[in-house]
Design a protein around this ligand. Structure first.
Ligand SMILES: [Zn+2]
Length: 420
């Protein structure tokens, strides 16, 4: 029947028989918002299959009877598929709801609807996704979790790892942490788990296994003791380095301390005009010089004239960035120069920073000697921080991890029927 083929295409279903399509009211009495309901059933070969293993099984009972799955809107109208949801008796998985070809097990929406939701969640703001698809954010995170779990089951993200970055990310306003492992070559998140301690990280190496752990050549991290302990224990051949962006972040923090100190000094000594100019200088000082706006460049120029100390602190921060941009022998020389400059700077925040850097010197030298890259882990770190700060939030660490794997783990599904 020709119209049946048209409907199958429109609804994006396969192995499905369309019994009828009707425009009805949303509620039980058929009132309220008009929706399209397509009554469907799996084709003969897809009936009575276990939703866990796909095996053909004996029917058990009718389950909860007929139910509906949200499908993609048809034009402006919401659309649902409606079908029986019988239970089957699987020799391996006991009594389970039978699989349906149009939806994932346990899902209240069709696979096409879920893939669209997940794709949008990876590409647009949460409020946009919720508004456009007429779902709550909670539904979006549940869908993302299910889609990511399914896709993660199909590929082994831990295969072929050589250079990795290990990072800790705070969420829940800094009360909880995730440990995240990034492939430094592809920039992908390959593993994440709640917690930040040796036991958590051992979980990663357990999943990796001995052979693949032995293939790891470089590990960069933020200098945390527990990371070193576990890497030395499980991948002793790997070169351990410091992630440059953590070191630069220390310098940025020290610079901010100097800026605030200077501002307070100006204020208490009655130089309010100068203090006011300085107050707006934070971004001019923190941003990379090449990213400054015209106004910020002017602010910086005025600091060079009016406040030599703050400007020296700024140069110290910039010079430290230069160390990592240079790498290798030249990087080593710049670092030695930087350390002696900072030590003699008479700026307490930078004298202190010089001590910290001295303590991590071997790790930093490893980073310079092995040209351990920075960009990938920094981009991931920044992205994760944005995710954790999103206003709508994530109710659980698992939801946050699923979202991170969706956007940075290469697990985002293509839009329905757009597979290349
Ligand atoms: Zn089964």
């Amino acid at each position: 029947m020709r119209s049946s083929r048209v409907w199958k295409r429109l609804l994006g279903v396969e192995h499905t028989v369309i019994e009828s399509v009707e425009l009805v009211g949303f509620d039980d009495q058929g009132r309220g918002e008009e929706i399209v309901v397509a009554r469907v059933r799996p084709t003969r070969s897809r009936r009575l299959r276990c939703s866990r293993c796909g095996r053909r099984c004996r029917g058990y009972d009718r389950g909860d009877g007929r139910r509906r799955w949200r499908a993609l809107d048809l034009g402006t109208v919401r659309c649902y598929l409606e079908a029986e949801a019988p239970r089957v008796s699987c020799p391996e998985h006991a009594v389970v709801v039978a699989a349906v070809p149009w939806a994932r097990p346990g899902a209240r929406c069709t696979t096409g609807f879920e893939d669209t939701t997940a794709w949008l969640a990876a590409h647009a703001a949460g409020s946009t996704v919720a508004e456009l698809l007429r779902v709550t954010w909670r539904t979006v995170t549940a869908i993302v979790t299910r889609v990511v779990a399914e896709r993660a089951g199909r590929v082994d993200l831990l295969d072929g790892l050589e250079r990795i970055g290990i990072d800790e990310i705070a969420h829940r306003k800094g009360h909880r942490y995730l440990t995240v492992v990034v492939d430094q070559v592809t920039g992908r998140i390959v593993w994440a788990s709640p917690g930040r301690d040796a036991a958590t990280l051992r979980g990663f190496f357990d999943a990796l296994g001995e052979a693949r752990s032995a293939a790891i050549t470089h590990v960069s991290a933020d200098g945390a003791e527990w990371i070193h302990t576990v890497v030395t224990e499980r991948a002793p051949q790997a070169v351990l380095g410091m992630d440059p962006f953590h070191v630069v972040a220390w310098a940025t923090k020290a610079l901010d301390e100097v800026r605030r100190g200077t501002w307070n000094e100006l204020r208490t000594t009655g130089r309010t005009e100068a203090a006011k100019t300085l107050k707006g200088s934070r971004w001019a000082l923190i941003k990379n010089p090449e990213d400054l706006t015209g106004e910020q460049q002017a602010t910086l120029a005025s600091i060079t004239k009016t406040n030599r100390r703050l400007y020296r602190a700024y140069l110290l921060k910039e010079q430290l960035r230069e160390v990592f941009a240079a790498k290798g022998q030249w990087g080593r020389r710049l670092l030695a120069g930087w350390l002696s400059w900072a030590r003699r700077s008479r700026i307490p925040a930078f004298v202190k920073l010089a001590k910290t850097i001295e303590r991590y010197k071997q790790l930093i030298l490893n980073t310079l000697d092995h040209g351990m890259s920075n960009a990938k882990s920094e981009a991931t770190n920044t992205h994760l921080r944005v995710l954790t700060r999103r206003a709508y939030g994530f109710h659980t660490a698992d939801a946050l991890i699923a979202m991170a794997m969706l956007t940075r783990g290469g697990l985002c599904p293509p839009l329905p029927r757009r597979t290349t």
